[in-house]
Design a protein around this ligand. Structure first.
Ligand code: 7RM
Length: 632
């Protein structure tokens, strides 16, 4: 799409929003048409789209392409070892999904049942999700890196009777146990009746008679035909748990039509997908990004989508880009944390032996992308030939909400424009009033969304009150995502980070993202997390956790340099009191820095750190405490 087309589309989508959503919804394949486009409101929390309509998500992602594109590659799987790979066509995908769906029926899964999926990133993961969608079961994918405790919490919250898992997976040359984790978890999950086990790693596993079944044995006992279940537009498609700032994880519920429409529309428009593209989003299906932009969006758009089971730097530091070259990937979508990690390994190891000439679009998601990472991604990875597409969104929003889109000019670090049909506002945190003019990095408000959109979550599983309180009762009449943002002179949106991470220095609210971006841009620094610590005069000052580049040496002089660099680049308001060197920052499995933990450590409150099981590497916590600097 040209920029001028985009602008007129944007206008149309906002001024004639009913016509816009109707036009987009007609691109899906419906069994029964809807009568009511949209009903309900943010205030009443009863939003529905396409109420009387019926359709099936699996049909839209698979069957409808078979007429003309049966032989087109639907999924490419690359294993942990570069010698392991497979590609399947839409026709094969169709057959495998139908067989999987029949196995689910055979173990007793019925429409409306919740099926937990705890699988490595193998073809059976998207196949299992689509098989659930085909028969109207609600899937709840649990990331394969999660602990038995996390499985237990999720299975019990949804009272699930079924778990799909594997005998194991592979990551970085090592076998990973999965079935064992399920065995431990379900000792405390009274609702579980059946466990379906996909063979992959050939690990030794225990099977409990009458409860555990090997998938490939049952697959031989069922047929290959399975009709699609007509689903109401508002039937739940899946539950996906996401951690809140407090309390137990929230079971975000997405429904059938609105979600699929929004995932496919955003995928098509934001990445500018072309018919013969190979598209690779590196997210695991355990995250929303894996749901919307590995499985549902791309497949609904008939895009060849790649999944990779392993880790970024195994067996070689260049693995990500070896894969890009091997399959001639055109669109690549990853997270800033991965970009920074690769950048820190050095261009020689990561880039030198790959061409990456097939790349056209480079996406970023999950955190604000700091300028230094942005330029490395753009200049080095993309050789200045690709657009960088930052994408701000959340598990709760179902799809991308703010993004430059592929047709726009580039502005490093800014998520830029709300998507078609989406109206964003920035609210003054104290008065709750919309701010219309430009703000700045030092002066920002609360990001909010003004109108319902099809892809938004409809409730939190079993806790509608928490849904209302968290998202709709904070600023009446708005959806409140919990992020801070400001608009620049040209009206472009910049995300300043979670509002719960805000630091207030001498009355200035400082977004963590902004300060971290400045520290990251120091040549010696690989990655940073900053938090506020108390200060008698300024209220708060900054405690910075800094990871250096491989070849940088941690010295007191370097600390002084970094502090001076921030004063010069950001301004003297950003007073850094302490820098602690660390080899590693505490991150969730999806790569988000857990500042909650860093805050507890810097505040000498490690007794209250609580559960660290969702960390990618819980071992980093004792090391951080050990290296803490006493500023008191
Ligand atoms: C897709 C995803 C959501 C939170 C969100 C933000 C942060 C995500 C960006 C971003 C700045 C971005 N879902 N976030 N993308 N911040 N720029 N492009 O990540 O539910 O796991 O997280 O992530 O704080 O509220 S999520």
């Amino acid at each position: 799409m040209q920029q001028s087309d985009w602008l007129s589309q944007k206008e149309f989508s906002l001024n004639e929003s009913n016509a816009f959503w109707t036009k987009e919804a007609e691109k899906l394949d419906w069994i029964t048409s809807w009568k009511t486009l949209q009903s309900g409101s943010f205030n009443t929390g009863d939003i529905k789209w396409f109420e009387e309509g019926e359709l099936n998500v699996c049909y839209n992602c698979v069957d409808r392409h078979l007429d003309k594109y049966a032989d087109k590659t639907a999924l490419i799987w690359e294993g942990d070892s570069p010698d392991d790979y497979k590609a399947i066509s839409f026709d094969t995908l169709h057959k495998q999904v139908m067989r999987f769906a029949n196995v689910l029926k055979k173990i007793g899964v019925k429409k409306g049942d919740v099926v937990c999926i705890y699988l490595p990133l193998i073809l059976e993961a998207p196949i299992a999700m689509l098989a659930c969608a085909r028969i109207g079961a609600i899937h709840s994918v649990i990331f394969a890196g999660f602990s038995p405790q996390s499985i237990e919490d999720r299975v019990n919250d949804a009272a699930s009777k079924f778990i799909i898992t594997a005998d194991g997976g592979f990551r970085g040359g090592k076998k990973v146990a999965l079935k064992e984790n399920v065995d431990i978890a379900i000792k405390n999950c009274p609702t579980v009746e059946k466990v379906l086990v996909v063979e992959h790693a050939k690990n030794d596993i225990q099977l409990e008679h009458g409860r555990d079944y090997l998938y490939h044995l049952l697959a031989n006992e069922v047929g290959e035909q399975c009709d699609v279940e007509p689903m109401n537009a508002e039937d739940p498609l899946f539950i996906l748990y996401t951690s809140g700032s407090t309390g137990k994880p929230k079971g975000v519920v997405h429904t059938t039509a609105g979600y699929l429409l929004y995932a496919s529309l955003t995928h098509r428009e934001i990445f500018g997908v072309r018919e013969n593209d190979v598209y690779w989003c590196t997210a695991d299906v355990g995250w929303i990004t894996g749901h919307s932009y590995v499985v549902y969006g791309p497949l609904a758009n008939r895009t060849t989508t790649l999944i990779y089971e392993g880790v970024p730097c195994y067996p070689a530091k260049s693995r990500f880009f070896d894969i890009v070259d091997k399959y001639q990937v055109n669109i690549f979508y990853t997270a800033p944390t991965a970009i920074r990690a690769l950048q820190a390994e050095g261009d020689e190891a990561v880039l030198a032996n790959t061409s990456r000439d097939s790349l056209r679009v480079l996406g970023s998601v999950g955190e604000p992308i700091n300028r230094e990472a942005w330029y490395w991604y753009h200049d080095k990875v993309g050789k200045s030939n690709c657009s960088i597409v930052d994408t701000w969104w959340q598990t709760e929003t179902g799809g991308i909400m703010i993004s430059p889109g592929f047709a726009h000019k580039q502005k490093p670090g800014s998520a830029m424009k709300s998507f078609l049909g989406i109206e964003a506002a920035i609210l003054n945190k104290d008065t709750s009033k919309e701010i219309s003019g430009a703000l700045s990095a030092h002066d920002y408000g609360a990001l909010a969304i003004k109108k319902p959109w099809p892809g938004m979550m409809r409730t939190l599983w079993g806790d509608h009150e928490r849904y209302m309180d968290t998202y709709f009762n904070v600023y009446k009449g708005y959806y409140y995502p919990g992020d801070g943002a400001y608009r620049d002179q040209e009206g472009d949106i910049w995300i300043s980070g979670r509002l719960d991470d805000i630091i207030s220095i001498a009355g200035h609210r400082i977004g963590t993202a902004e300060v971290e971006s400045v520290i990251d841009s120091h040549h010696a620094v690989a990655e940073t997390a900053v938090i506020g610590i108390p200060d008698a005069i300024k209220g708060e000052v900054i405690y910075a956790y800094v990871t250096l580049e491989r070849d940088s040496i941690p010295t007191d002089q370097l600390k002084k340099d970094i502090i001076a660099w921030v004063r010069k680049t950001y301004g003297p308001i950003a007073t850094i009191k302490v820098i602690q060197w660390t080899d590693e920052l505490p991150k969730t499995r999806s790569g988000k820095i857990m500042r909650r933990i860093l805050r507890k450590i810097a505040h000498f409150e490690e007794a209250q750190i609580g559960d660290v099981s969702t960390l990618a590497d819980p071992e980093c916590v004792p090391a951080l405490i050990e290296g803490r600097i006493d500023y008191r």
